[in-house]
Each structure stands twice: as C-alpha cells, then as structure tokens.
Design a protein around this ligand. Structure first.
Ligand code: NOJ
Length: 574
C-alpha cells in the first residue's frame, strides 16, 4: 500500500484555480461576509504554550507562537475564556469579566496579543460565558449574602419554605442535581453546570445590561467577535414545571431555547453587535431547524452563526455509522442552504481528539486519517472551526488512572459512579475515549522535555507520544499532517466554491465513503473521502480519470474511483 502521503499538491494549479475562481464569483456570490469565508482556529490557552514556567499556558506563550499561527493560513482565532476565574471549569467560571486570569497574564499581555494578531491579519474571537458566572464573582457574593440584596435577582433562587425545588439536571454535579442549598439564606440556587457556576437570571434587565457593558468593553478594545457559551440555556422557564421521568437524556429539549431567548439576542444585537464589525456564534443551534434559523437568519438580527452538536456527538467508543454522519451533515447543510449560516466542526475543547474519535490513531493510519478528516472539515459549506493540535494529528491522552484527569465533569462523574457503586473500570475505559481532557493535553511543539510546552510541571500530563508527534518534526516534512493542513486551508481560501458552493451528496448509501460535490458558478469540485482502513469502491457515475486533482493525501491519488485506506481527494471536474 502506498502511503507516502501527498507529494501531489500542485500549488501553482491551486493558486491559479483560486484566482480564476475569485474573479468568476466575486460578483455572483451574494451575502459574502468575512466570517463566512474565514477558517477559525481554536486555541485552548491553558494548554497551548507556557511562557513563565508555571506549567500553565499563558498569553505571552500564545504571543511567542503568533508566527506559527499565522503560518497555518487561518483567519480567526477563537480563544477559550481568559478572564479571571477560580478555574473550577478551566475559565468557564468567570469571577471578573473585565480582567485577565492571573495564570494567563495581564491586560497588557492581552493588548499585545490582540495587536500581534491584528498586525498579522488574524482576527480574535473571545468566549462570552454568560449563562452563568463563577460563585466567586462579586455579583454572586452579593446575591447570596441576603434575600434583600440588590443582586439577589441576578441569579435563580428557590426559598426553602417553598419546599424542595423541582428537580433539575446538572451536567457537572456529583449528584446531577442543579439546585444547591445555601444555608446562609436558607435557599437553593440553580446551576446547570458545576455548583461553582450559578446560572445568571436573564429575565433581569440589569443582568442583560451588565452583559452588554462587558461586550462593549471588549469590542472597544478591538476584538472581532464573540462565541456565546451555552447560550441556549440562558433563557429558562422560571415557573420551573416538573419534567417527565428520564428527561435527562433529552434535557436540552426542556432546557434550551426557552423563554425569551430570541428577545434577548435581538436586544444584544441592537445594543452591541450591530454597532461593531464583530462576528457572533452561538454554542448550540437549538432543538429544531426552526430554532437554528431563528438564531441565525440575517433578517432577524440575532447572531451570525451557530454550531450544531449533532455531528460532533456521533462518535462512540464502539464506533459510529458513516451513513449516520453523512445524514447528519447533509441534513444540516440543507437547513442552511438558502438562509442562515452554519459552523462546521468535529472537535473542540469539549471533545476527545478528532483523529481518535473519527479517524484511526494507530500509527499506520494516524496521519492519513487525520488528513482525510481535515479535508472533510475544510470542504464543507459553513465556517470551519478547527481545534489546536488537530493539525498535528494529536491523539487521545492514553490516561489509565483517574489521577491523570483534571476536568470537573470527568472527575465529578467518577465520584458519582463511586457513590452509586458504578463500574469504575468501565468508566475509566469510557473516559479514555471521550473525556474532554483528551483534547486538553499540552500542545506538542517539539521532542524536548514536556513537548516544549513548559519548562515547569505541566498542569496536565503531556501525551507520551510527543516525541513522534510534534510540530518541529512536522515542519521539516512536507508531507506531514501539519503541512497538509496548511495546503487544504489554502485550497479553501482559493476556492469560493468550497465556501459558498452548493453541496450535493453522491453515492449516498456507500457505508464507507463520503462523497460530495461543491458547485458555484460553473465551477464543480468533487470530494471523495474513504473513512475506512481498507480500500473501498465507489459509485459516483463520474469519470475522474481526467479530472484535475487539487489535493490528495496519497502520492498517487485515485483516478478510478477506488479509494485507498482513508484516502481523501479533491478533484476539479471539467
Ligand atoms: C460549554 C463550554 O464549551 C464548556 O467547556 C463548559 O464547561 C460549559 N459550556 C460550561 O460553561
């Protein structure tokens, strides 16, 4: 089997194709927006690069890697939260929205980072975590101090005299219980996530006003967008009706997109978003297409795009059905074919590693399957969100003991399993596949100690495979996953058809290959992807023998419709 991946990138052809494409389509593509054409690269600051040797990634660390980031060809960086936080949930528990987390540096470092990005033509999108704050935020300290405190209504309280509050499911709590009793005022507060993340009360106009002020603070600094964390949960049914048994499995249907969410977003748009050249993206796309459209339909003036979880939730330890994956991505593409805009992703800081879940991280298939998945993400309609480290084909952590894990969700569920007499070895097996910590191990810069991430002791173990998988080594290899990533990003940038072009699924019932065309103004690209570790036949009815290969992850890309293991090819059809 030939696996000496992609010597075949006819850069000149790509460049020429890009020029032609832009010239042809520039006037034909209505509704062009920078954020639609962008490739977003997500940086998990805690694990990216440590500058001061305390074992935790920081802003100066990111600054020291700006040239690397630029070299990827991406347009936008989405930075996970960097605000002051006691770090119960690695920054998703904010104690001061206008300050920088001490572990990460200072506001001067932030200003330098933003300047450095802008100087390189990179935009910066910040996480906006306002479904909840930290319990160490001043608002909450005030709120819990007395029932009459002016901040009381910033959060959701249930007075104990009313009896036990109606059960609500918490995603991160040891008991799965989202109400936490606080003896100080003999009342319960609501937390959909950990007990250190009390939910803010969006019905209170003062809360909304505070959030607008925070957004303006960052937008005035010049940032380029907001990723609205867990925002679907912000609007609740505060009559707190009882839910049917077993609702936990489907809890978003009861929790997400309730109340006046769209009203809040329209207000946010009016007060903040419309006044700046910023993009906005919601984490989650609601429960139905209608929800999703209502969030991102340009005429409604709410958000620019949303990302649906359905695709990223498909991979399971026992494997997944490619037919299912195709059906989900095809369905979401159709939902946004004529209005609204989608984000495309399969991995982020809340998921285990891309190649370990959707590809194959065995040494013989890791690189080729990583490239195949990257090709998929960069050739779909919608803005691709790509998670740091996936460009190297970084794999799951390989942790075998609970002591190696750091994530609040993983640890609390372990404790819960212990409390209820659950099967702990089975749980360890499950989290080895799916814990969020798999995607949070330090970025593998080189083969030096701690993968060049830190000179200190890393806050979470470095993956033991860093000597074979690291950026320094991949820089030297023109066929590395890293260099493939750069080429395929460039391919997307050079071909507007990959951004706006119509998507058509071919050979739909093929259980092993994902094949589709992208078409815009007479330009037609064919993307063929083999998701299996064996050769597969395909039935497209298209003769590719004379088609122009724009990129492929094998030295000799398929010319007869048979795909080698994990083969990916993008053809331009005549
Ligand atoms: C979604 C974020 O992506 C995740 O990391 C976090 O734990 C929850 N929201 C709570 O903020």
């Amino acid at each position: 089997m030939k696996r000496a991946c992609i010597l075949f990138t006819i850069t000149t052809v790509c460049i020429l194709a890009g020029v032609v494409c832009h010239a042809q389509n520039a006037n034909d593509t209505t509704g062009r927006k920078w954020w639609k054409e962008a490739v977003v690269y997500q940086i998990y600051p805690r694990s990216f690069k440590d500058n001061n040797g305390d074992g935790i990634g920081d802003l100066k660390g990111i600054i020291s890697k700006l040239d690397y980031i630029k070299s990827l060809g991406i347009d936008v960086v989405w930075l996970n939260p960097i605000y002051s936080s006691p770090n119960d949930d690695n920054g998703y528990d904010v104690s001061d929205y206008r300050n920088i987390m001490k572990d990460f540096g200072t506001m001067d470092d932030f200003d330098a980072l933003l300047k450095g990005m802008h100087a390189r033509g990179i935009k910066l999108v910040m996480d906006l975590v306002v479904n909840h704050s930290s319990d160490e935020h001043e608002w909450f300290k005030q709120s819990r101090s007395s029932r009459n405190n002016p901040y009381r209504e910033y959060y959701h309280w249930w007075n104990a005299e009313q009896g036990t509050p109606p059960y609500r499911y918490s995603l991160f709590d040891v008991n799965h219980d989202a109400w936490r009793y606080d003896s100080l005022t003999n009342a319960y507060y609501l937390h959909y996530f950990s007990r250190k993340q009390p939910d803010l009360n969006w019905e209170n106009p003062r809360v909304r006003n505070e959030v607008h002020g925070i957004m303006k603070f960052w937008a005035d600094k010049g940032i380029d967008g907001f990723r609205l964390d867990a925002f679907q949960f912000a609007a609740k049914d505060t009559t707190f009706p009882a839910f049917p048994r077993g609702f936990e499995k489907n809890f978003t249907q009861y929790y997400a997109m309730q109340g006046n969410l769209h009203g809040y977003l329209q207000e946010m748009n009016r007060e903040v978003l419309s006044k700046y050249n910023v993009m906005s993206v919601a984490e989650g796309a609601g429960n139905t297409f209608e929800d999703a459209h209502n969030l991102v339909d340009a005429n409604r003036n709410e958000l620019n795009m949303a990302y649906a979880f359905e695709g990223a939730d498909i991979a399971k330890p026992e494997g997944y059905s490619l037919l299912h994956l195709k059906q989900v991505f095809t369905k979401w593409d159709s939902a946004f074919a004529s209005k609204g805009w989608l984000s495309v992703f399969l991995a982020n800081h809340d998921q285990a590693r891309l190649v370990s879940r959707y590809g194959n991280d065995k040494p013989e298939f890791r690189a080729v399957s990583s490239k195949m998945l990257t090709t998929f993400l960069m050739t779909m309609r919608g803005t691709p969100y790509y998670y740091n480290g996936d460009e190297l084909g970084m794999t799951n952590a390989g942790f075998t003991t609970i002591d190696d894990y750091r994530d609040v969700q993983t640890l609390n569920e372990y404790q819960r399993q212990k409390n209820i007499g659950g099967d702990l070895p089975k749980y360890l097996q499950r989290i080895a596949f799916e814990s969020r910590d798999n995607g949070r191990t330090p970025f593998q810069w080189n083969g030096d100690k701690n993968a060049g991430f830190t000179t200190g002791t890393p806050w979470i173990k470095v993956n033991s495979n860093y000597k074979t998988i690291n950026a320094a080594q991949q820089e030297k290899d023109r066929n590395s996953t890293l260099n493939y990533f750069r080429r395929v990003v460039k391919l997307r940038k050079d071909n507007l058809a990959l951004v706006y072009g119509k998507y058509t699924l071919l050979d739909a019932q093929n259980p092993d290959a994902y094949i589709y065309t992208r078409e815009l103004d007479g330009k037609k690209l064919l993307i063929m992807l083999n998701f299996r570790d064996k050769p597969v036949d395909t039935q497209t009815g298209i003769d590719v023998s004379k088609a122009n290969v724009l990129i492929g992850n094998y030295e000799h890309p398929s010319k007869d419709g048979k795909l080698l293991p994990y083969e990916a090819v993008v053809y331009e059809l005549k």
